[in-house]
Design a protein around this ligand. Structure first.
Ligand code: SAM
Ligand code: SF4
Length: 363
């Protein structure tokens, strides 16, 4: 059998190679994988961390994903929406703190009031921020026309996780109705890319019923789709969701965590120049989870800038960190933590995905 060092140095990884790397249980083998991924990261995207300020501006959602804490069926959640003024205040704060990019995230709605509001917000944010921000949207499945309207208004990036690339698993983790269709989600991702957004996707790791084979396919899906930005992290249970009943059948948290690091490392080897987030879900399992994600090959962090009073109502999973903090406190600890691992925050740089920039030149 080939050693991990031999596999990671092959010019191309086969699906069997990926399965072997994701299945590592030996600590030294995992270190060898991560070391290789980090050396690729250093050569391609460098030791710079790009910050995106995350604004969870609304927790109303028309969908009822079986794993998500803010699903429409969870009646314990107090629903909120930040006002436009509050969102502009947060963007001003982000600008003052040298962020060059924000992510507007919410539950999914596609009524005209919601979509028009976003168009106006994008226009307003672009008009009122100097220098300009890069705006990322993460507001779910929308029509081609809506995605186009937002792109034309100035949004440059869109995050839509496919959640899993396996159709049967997708169906098992969502209600069985037209609102939760793999085909629609996939089609949305294609439209986002066609319109010209820097396109982001990702999956949850350690879902009930998920296999290593599924995860290897997820990585190959992301590569085949030529994705520019990836956010993938551990699935974490939430007590008020239907999936909580599977909590005892899941991989133990520490294994889910290590598997997530291996997913990041393998993807960095497969796609050396993409942007990849070290997710908050990693930090939920391990206090230094995001730093470990950066060491495994991620190069983006998304500090939460949502005003403190709203955070307790945007709990996708249990034990989400920093829910009783205001943005400033989080920023201080973040800068030190990044320095501690020998990296620095990339200031004065939009942090566009190098993969996207190259894709643009060649297409
Ligand atoms: N509503 C939009 C959507 O679904 O694309 C954007 C917001 S949604 C909360 C963002 C992501 O949260 C989802 O794509 C999903 O991967 C993640 N998420 C939801 N529930 C989760 C859980 N229990 N554990 C880990 N991630 C979760
Ligand atoms: Fe809504 Fe997104 Fe949660 Fe699904 S994952 S319930 S679409 S917020």
């Amino acid at each position: 059998m080939m050693s991990v060092t031999e596999i990671v140095n092959k010019p191309e990884l086969s699906k069997q190679d990926i399965i072997r790397l994701l299945s590592i249980t030996d600590k030294r083998e995992q270190e060898a994988l991560i070391k290789k991924a980090y050396s690729i990261k250093e050569k391609t995207v460098g030791r710079k961390v790009h910050l995106r300020g995350l604004i969870e501006f609304c927790n109303r959602c028309q969908k009822n994903c079986l794993y998500c804490g803010i699903r429409s069926g969870n009646e314990k959640v107090t629903r909120y929406s930040l006002t436009d003024e509050e969102i502009l205040e947060v963007t001003a704060h982000a600008l003052k703190n040298q962020f060059t990019s924000i992510v507007l995230q919410s539950g999914e709605q596609n009524n005209r009031d919601f979509t028009q509001r976003i168009t106006a917000l994008i226009t307003n944010i672009k008009k009122t921020t100097h220098p300009e921000f890069r705006i990322t949207l993460s507001v779910g499945e929308q029509s081609f026309e809506t995605y186009k309207e937002w792109f034309d208004a100035g949004a440059e990036r869109y995050l839509l996780r496919i959640e899993t690339s396996n159709v049967a698993l997708y169906q098992r983790i969502h209600p069985d109705n037209a609102l939760h269709s793999f085909k629609t989600r996939f089609h949305c991702l294609e439209n986002i890319q066609k319109i010209g957004y820097q396109t982001g996707t990702g999956v949850m790791i350690g879902l009930p019923f998920q296999t290593i084979d599924n995860l290897a396919d997820d990585l190959l899906f992301i590569k085949a789709m030529n994705i520019d930005m990836v956010g993938m992290g551990p699935y974490l249970e939430h007590a008020d969701t239907p999936f909580f009943k599977y909590k005892d059948s899941l991989l133990p948290l520490i294994e889910r965590f290590n598997l997530s690091l291996r997913m990041i490392a393998v993807l960095r080897i497969l796609m050396p120049d993409i942007n990849m987030v070290a997710t908050t879900a990693l930090q939920t399992i391990d206090t230094f989870g995001r730093e470990k994600g950066l060491k495994a090959g991620a190069n983006v962090l998304m500090p939460n800038l949502t005003p403190g009073k709203y955070r307790a109502n945007y709990l996708l999973y249990d034990n989400k960190p920093c829910i009783d903090e205001e943005a400033d406190e989080c920023m201080d600890c973040l800068a030190n933590r990044i320095k501690m691992i020998g990296e620095e925050i990339a200031c004065n740089d939009y942090g566009d995905s190098k993969h996207f920039t190259k894709r643009g030149v060649s297409s």
